[in-house]
Each structure stands twice: as C-alpha cells, then as structure tokens.
Design a protein around this ligand. Structure first.
Ligand code: ZN
Length: 661
C-alpha cells in the first residue's frame, strides 16, 4: 500500500510479523536522547500483571449493545445474488462502533479494528512508536504470551492472512480466516486490545522489521519526494516528523514505554470494528460483544491537528527532486482548509476533480495530448490525516511538455478560470450521483473479505454509523458555492509545485539533502513574471466542461439506458446463458445474448479481427512488433473519444492475440 502516502502499510512477509508503516519524514533531531524509564520487569511479571489486569477488565465489562437508528435515506442493494446479505450496526457499552455484514455466500470471514491513534502521536523521543506498537501487538497477549501465536493459529487453520497498518491519525488491524475458525480467531484478536503484552520477546525482531520497512523505500522516487515534502513541511506540524521508525529512533523503547503509549492513546470510544462473515449475524454480534466489551473506554478526545501542514515558505516555489529513475512528473498542490474534509455531504473536490481530471473532448488533458505535451493528468483531494486536506493536479509530461512546463501549468489555470466563470454544471453532480448509486445498488459480492473489512473499519472514522456506508459511497448534496469556495484557494501564489523531472533541473543542481533517505533536492522560486502570467490566465476556447455522458444510465436529458428487468428464473451457475447466432457470413460471425440474470445496465462486446497467416509467415517477428505498435497507437488515439465510456464504469480494450482460429 505504498502508493498513497497518507496511509501506508505492507503485507506481512512472514507468518509472525505484522507490518506496515506510515510514511516517513524528517525530524529536527535525528538521535533523540532516551528518556528515563522504569526498571524493566521480568517476562513472568509482565505476563502475570497483564493477566490480572485482563481478568479485572473482563469482570467489570458491561455486556451490552445498542443498535443504531435506521438510516432514513438508506439505499437498497439490488444485486439479486446479495439478497441473503444482512447488515447489523451497533455500539457496545464501551462505545466501540460495529458494522457487521453477514452473507452466507462469502468464501471467508474477516474482521478489522481501526483505532484513532497514529504516528502523529509518536513521542518526540521515540519516533515511529505507533508503528512499533502495531507490530508488537501481534507479539503475544496475557493469555497467549507466545510471540506470533495469533498468526500461528491462523496459519494452522488455513487462514489467508492478518495484517495491520499505521497512518498518521489511525491504526488498522485485520485478519481473515475460514468461517468455522472465525469466532475463535475473533476471540484471540480481541486480546490484542484487552490484554496486550508488549513483552521484550519478539521486540528485537519487530524493531528490525520496522527498520527494514524504513530501508525498503529508499530507492523509490515517490517516497523520496514524500520525505522531502515532510522535511519542508511546517515545523509546528507533526507531518514534519519521521514516522516509520528505525533502529535508531526505537532502539531504546521497552515494554513500559509501549504499554504507557497505548494507555495514553488507545480507547474504546475511538475504535471501529468491521466484520464480513458467512456466519449467522446474531452469533457473531454476541461474540463481538462478549470479547470486545472489556476494551477500556478511556474517554479520549479524537486527536485534532488544527494548524496548517505545509510551510508558507514553499508557496509559489518549485521543489525539484533529483530522481533515480527518468521521470517527467509535475504536481500542483494546494493546502485547503479542513472544512473541505469535514463536510462529507458536500464534496466539491469530487466535482472539481471530475472536470479538471476529465480526459474527454474539451478537457485539459485532451488539449495537452493534442499538443504532445502530456501523457496523463489526474486531479483530486489528497492530504494527511483529517485536518489537512490538499487539492492536487498531477501531470505526466512528455519531453516537449517538460520544456514548456509553465505553459502546461497555465492551461490548468485556464481550466480553473473557466470553472470560476461558468461554475460546475448541475449535470456533473447528477452524473456522479447516478454512477455512485448504480455502483452501490449493483455492487458485486466481495471476493476479498479482508480488504473489505479493513477498508470499512477505517472509513467508519469519517462517517456516522447510522448512515455508514451510504455517505462514503454515494455523493450527497450539490452546493455550487462550496465549489467556488474551493476554487478560490487554487491560485498560483499559494501553489506548491513538486517536480520529479517535470521541470528542467535547476542550474545549480540539487544542493540540499533530506536527512533520512538522503534524497537530494533544490528549491527554486517561480519567477514573478510567470506567476503574474498564470494569475492573468483567461479562458481557452479549447477547454470546455465535459458534455453530459450518455453512457451513464438515467442521465438526463438524453440517455435511454435503464437497468433492465431481472429474470428470476435465469440460469444458475454452472449452467451458463447460451448466446444466439445472429449472423454467419463470410465477412464475420455475430453472437448475441441478452443478460437478464443480473439486470446490470451493461453491454459486453468482443470483436476479433483475424489477419492472414501469411502476414506472420512472410514478415516474421517484425509483424508482431508492428502490430503491437499499431495497437498501442490505436489505444492512445481513441483515449479521448472513449473516455466518457470508460468513466461511466465501462471498459474497452484492444489487444494483440494469436491463433489458431
Ligand atoms: Zn510495519
């Protein structure tokens, strides 16, 4: 999960090590002095104390749950094969929120727990502490002190995996296993949060595992840029600090420090559990209650970081990274106020990114492609944590685009100007809402219960349990003013421009060095004349808002596409629908089959064009090379025209195949 730096983790390599990281960064002090800590207890003392505490907690736990009120605007799932699915949403007496999905046809069961505590709460004297705690959580509990006992149990019972990840403001733990072992595994999993041991056995191994995660991204340019960004961030903001952890920052951390940190930051009222299971939901609900009610509710306040994350000093400047690979990447980035991340009902960022990131006729990217300046462009909200959203436009340039980088950026500002003048058309919102609604209503059964549970638990942080997952899944309200408010922040003088070969290297080279990964970089002020040129951007007649997308069923006006009626007596696997032969001529053969099993408003077409066998016989390998080149060019050529089709959730592809036919 290294691509997104706001949350990062890694799949465990072995059976007994948890893993993950939140990305890293720089700290003002590389080698903090170890604090004075209490004398270390013996392993037996640690286990005995943890057991006594666990017994006391279990005794005092209130075994109760309360269902949430029904969501008045709930959207029904229409996928016929999900008819047997049941959802329960309830809150335990200690205020842990639970989202439970029971589906008899799921292949495995999975559970995830998200706790709202992360690397931004690392103590200065032990950077990487949250991540180290995450690893050490798998290293034994009072009742099962053997390090890695949980993974051993899963492995012995044919389980797929357990894993965890630490991000800036929350940490997620999850596992998946066969249904028949799930309740037992769930009971063991709950011990992580009621009776963690954090004994010294296993600590050295996990310290090295954390350190190797720090080392493994050293040659990754996007991580190197991320570390430079952290190094240059506001000194008052925790984003600025190193957060993966290493032997250097965690070498002195002992049992007492780990346990004290968890006591200080983990609390049931900041925890969310998501479960996907094939078992009876009532039985799973009762087991969750019986195992997790003992997690202490310490009544902690959700951690907030109200100050800006990026430093004003890097506004209107280019940060050049000396890349390892040959890249031509440019990212325009603005820090935007927390309100844009705190109002889930209004998502102006989604509307803006839908237009700025459009790839169809009249889009910025289609114009950049026409000019041979860029290959790809994406736009959207990014950021770290809950309180520091950013809006970003990332562009992959061509060599020609690199030499004209300021003109490329200018075209983006012209598109922004167009939106400021014309506003976002209402139909853009309607289309996003229709697409979201169709995706939700016609969702497929997950084949990956593990990631579904992990994704749901961390998404629960951002939404009330009553509405979850409706608001996270479907855009809710349109507010033109919110869009204009967001656009007002996207100005040249507030932009941070990050270049990984997107702008020609500065004349003075890359004189500065980020201290953790040793990434070399340079900072260059954008010339005032260029800023003024961007500020004065007009609108290009070649950049226009995307037209209504007729491929989205129900788009008004115009689309005749509607979900079709569902045949309740359709063939059930392994019986398959049989296509009809419609045409059989020397020119070609055509088969057709109307789907009435699912009702999805989809069309699937497959065309096969045969070339004469002599083509390859006479030209040999050259034929394959030329056809491959032709296919690549054809794909590039139809990208703009096919974008509305692709963005409607459909897909199209061209590929080179080989006989015999
Ligand atoms: Zn890790």
């Amino acid at each position: 999960m290294a691509a997104g730096k706001s949350i990062s983790g890694a799949v465990k390599g072995g059976s007994s090590s948890s893993s993950s990281s939140s990305g890293g960064g720089a700290a003002t002090t590389l080698s903090p002095a170890p604090p004075v800590t209490p004398a270390a207890k013996s392993a037996a003392e640690v286990v005995a104390a943890a057991k006594a505490k666990a017994d006391a907690l279990a005794k005092s736990a209130v075994q109760k749950y309360t269902y949430t009120k029904p969501d008045p605007r709930a959207i029904p799932i229409l996928t016929p094969t999900l008819k047997g699915r049941k959802v329960m949403k309830f809150v335990l007496a200690n205020r842990i929120q639970v989202y439970l999905v029971s589906d008899p046809n799921l292949l495995t069961s999975a559970a995830a727990l998200c706790v709202e505590a992360g690397s931004w709460q690392d103590p200065d004297e032990a950077l990487g502490m949250a991540h180290f705690v995450e690893h050490m959580t798998f290293m034994g509990t009072a009742r099962h002190p053997k390090p890695g006992f949980f993974d051993d149990y899963l492995a012995a019972n044919g389980a797929q995996m357990s894993n965890a990840e630490t991000s800036s403001q929350h940490t997620d733990y999850a596992f998946a296993c066969p249904h028949k072992k799930f309740l037992q595994a769930l009971s063991y999993f709950s011990e992580f949060f009621t009776e963690p041991l954090f004994s010294s056995s296993g600590a050295d191994k996990e310290r090295h595992a954390v350190d190797s995660e720090f080392e493994m991204h050293k040659d990754d340019d996007s991580y190197r840029m991320y570390f430079v960004e952290k190094f240059l961030a506001s000194r008052k903001h925790p984003f600025q600090r190193f957060s993966i952890g290493s032997l250097k920052t965690l070498g002195h951390v002992n049992h007492a420090m780990l346990a004290a940190w968890v006591r200080k930051h983990y609390s049931a009222n900041l925890m969310h559990i998501a479960v996907y299971t094939g078992l009876d939901p009532g039985a799973v609900r009762d087991d969750i209650m019986s195992h997790f009610s003992a997690v202490p509710d310490r009544n902690y306040t959700r951690p907030l970081v109200p100050q800006p994350m990026l430093d004003k000093d890097t506004e209107a400047k280019i940060v050049h990274l000396q890349t390892i690979k040959r890249l031509r990447s440019l990212t325009m980035k603005w820090e935007i106020p927390p309100m844009f991340d705190h109002a889930p009902l209004l998502r102006p960022d989604r509307l803006l990114s839908s237009v700025l990131g459009d790839e169809g006729e009249g889009s910025v990217l289609s114009l950049l492609r026409k000019k041979h300046w860029a290959l790809s462009l994406s736009a959207g909200m990014g950021g770290e944590g809950r309180d520091n959203p950013t809006f970003e436009v990332a562009i992959t340039l061509t060599d020609k685009g690199q030499s004209l980088w300021d003109q490329v950026v200018k075209l983006v500002f012209e598109a922004i100007r167009r939106l400021q003048l014309d506003g976002i058309p209402n139909y853009i919102f309607d289309q996003i809402k229709l697409k979201d609604t169709h995706s939700f209503q016609f969702q497929w059964r997950t084949s990956d219960a593990f990631n579904s549970a992990m994704g749901a638990a961390s998404a629960m942080v951002k939404e009330s349990l009553t509405t979850f997952p409706r608001v996270s899944s479907v855009i809710q309200d349109f507010d033109a003013k919110a869009c204009q408010a967001l656009l007002r922040f996207l100005v040249p003088e507030r932009m941070h421009l990050l270049s990984m070969g997107g702008v020609p290297a500065p004349q003075g080279g890359f004189p500065r060095r980020e201290p953790y990964y040793g990434a070399q970089f340079a900072i260059e002020a954008i010339p005032e004349t260029v800023i003024q040129d961007w500020q004065g951007s007009g609108t290009s007649s070649e950049i226009t808002a995307p037209k209504p997308n007729m491929y989205i069923p129900g788009v008004s006006p115009g689309s005749q596409l509607r979900p079709s009626a569902i045949n309740p007596n359709g063939p059930v696997f392994p019986e398959l629908p049989q296509p009809d032969l419609v045409l059989n001529e020397t020119f070609g053969t055509l088969y057709h089959r109307q789907d009435d099993s699912f009702g999805d408003p989809w069309l699937s077409a497959s065309f096969r064009i045969r070339t004469h066998k002599k083509f390859v016989e006479t030209m040999g390998a050259e034929a394959l090379v030329l056809v491959s080149l032709f296919v690549s060019c054809a794909i590039e050529h139809i990208k703009t025209a096919s974008y509305p089709f692709v963005t409607a959730g459909l897909s199209a592809g061209l590929s080179l195949g080989k006989g015999p036919y």
